[in-house]
Design a protein around this ligand. Structure first.
Ligand code: B12
Ligand code: SF4
Ligand code: SF4
Length: 344
């Protein structure tokens, strides 16, 4: 895969310092907040690509085409999320402007619960553990690197980010419909900002990850049949993540053995050959003592315990809703899902 604008940490620091000096930004606090789980060792920095804003309508056209062909799910929750994309350009954005799509490396994490004298490690997939960074930190990266001018407010682009990343040449689609970026595999976060500056237009066709040719590991691993043999587009209504991120009851057709993480699912990524080299970077989120685990599981959450638990679980997005975390943990324990460890 073409690496595009990819930086090692040393190069990243050199170029950002240079750009900051050029822009008169030297001394700017960046990143603005300390990271709670820290950068992924060896993969600090980010990858990015730009396309012209003139292509935004083409992102929507592709979605509409899939819909007309009957390839998109009718699931209401999923439709609600997809319906929130905003294809109109932000106010005042000229068609000479650009979209900058960023990929930031993430690590999977593990949290340990003490239960009945034993330690039970549980996966917290990449993207759910809060690393302490916010949108302004990411904008800060673009300013400091000289990609965007300091005067540009960089409105966030609420668009289908995987499609955008693949069209820009930054990523390629895996058969699991997750976007893979060289050096990060599937474990990274995508973000996009509108930028008023005309940047190089990398727009191109959708690409599949070369490793997917002849491979069906994710298709076999998916515990709920969301990845389809007959259609590249997955069925989101069969994806465990659509349900376990929400407090609503998990549908009864989901097998008891499907649950494998405190929230989300890692099954289609863990054994993926394209993740082989990037997968060993699990971050430890510490241990929840026996008393707190027992109370969480029993739903006996009084005021002081709630404060302690929220503090521990605040690194899990949505960690303030302890009821759904408790439900997921119970399901995981009952189904004897896999424990975090070396690549299976
Ligand atoms: C809706 C959504 C979900 C829904 C539905 C997923 C889905 N596939 O639609 C649910 C809640 C289930 C979900 C789950 C997950 N999600 Co999610 N999700 C999103 C969201 C908001 C939109 C995704 C979207 O556009 N779906 C619409 C479908 C139609 O598009 P698509 O999935 O890109 O599919 C394309 C291909 O099928 C392609 N296509 C069709 N035919 C063909 C043929 C060929 C040959 C090729 C190459 C392509 C191709 O066309 C489609 C459109 O381009 C994005 C954030 C964002 N703003 O984009 C995050 C996002 C995609 N999610 C993310 C993550 C991490 C996940 C999970 C891994 C979380 C977890 N650990 O459990 C799982 C993975 C599930 C999976 N296998 O896709 C990350 C992905 C980062 C990455 N590395 O790609 C995103 C980008 C969030 C972020 N900001 O980082 N997610
Ligand atoms: S498991 Fe195989 S088919 Fe699935 S995304 Fe990875 S390389 Fe592609
Ligand atoms: S996240 Fe889990 S349920 Fe969803 S497609 Fe991947 S393996 Fe299947």
């Amino acid at each position: 895969m073409d690496r595009g604008e990819s930086w090692t940490r040393r190069e990243f620091l050199r170029r950002t310092a240079q750009a900051a000096a050029l822009l008169g930004l030297a001394g700017r606090a960046f990143p603005a907040r300390a990271s709670a789980i820290g950068p992924v060792p060896g993969t600090e920095g980010f990858h990015w690509r730009s396309v012209s804003v003139r292509h935004v309508a083409e992102l929507r056209d592709w979605m509409d085409k899939l819909d007309r062909e009957g390839r998109l799910s009718a699931d209401k929750t999923w439709r609600g999320i997809i319906g929130s994309f905003q294809y109109a350009l932000p106010p005042g954005m000229a068609d000479t402007g650009s979209l900058v799509v960023m990929s930031l490396p993430l690590a999977n994490a593990a949290i340990t619960f003490r239960i009945a004298g034993r330690s039970r490690r549980v996966w917290v997939p990449s993207g759910y553990a809060d690393d302490g960074r916010g949108l302004d930190d990411f904008r800060g990266l673009l300013y400091a690197a000289g990609i965007a001018a300091a005067a540009d407010d960089l409105p966030r682009a609420r668009l289908p980010l995987k499609q955008l990343a693949v069209r820009s040449g930054l990523a390629a689609y895996g058969r699991n419909n997750i976007a893979y970026v060289e050096g990060f595999g599937s474990f990274h976060q995508l973000l996009a900002f509108y930028c008023r500056r005309p940047l190089e237009d990398h727009w191109g066709p959708l690409r599949m990850l070369p490793e997917c040719k002849g491979c069906s590991v994710c298709l076999r691993e998916c515990p709920t049949g969301a990845i389809r043999r007959q259609d590249f587009v997955i069925d989101p209504a069969r994806c465990l993540t659509l349900y376990n991120e929400l407090p609503a009851p998990i549908p009864s057709w989901v097998p008891a053995t499907a649950h494998n993480a405190l929230v989300g699912c890692l099954k289609c990524q863990l054994r993926c050959p394209a993740n082989e080299e990037v997968q060993a970077r699990t971050v430890d989120l510490g241990e929840v003592p026996e008393g707190e685990t027992a109370a969480l599981l029993a739903g006996r959450i009084d005021g002081s315990l709630e404060r302690v638990l929220k503090k521990r679980l605040s690194r899990v997005s949505g960690g303030d809703d302890l009821a759904y975390i408790a439900r997921n943990l119970k399901l995981l324990l009952a189904g004897a899902g896999p424990e975090p460890g070396p690549r299976p």
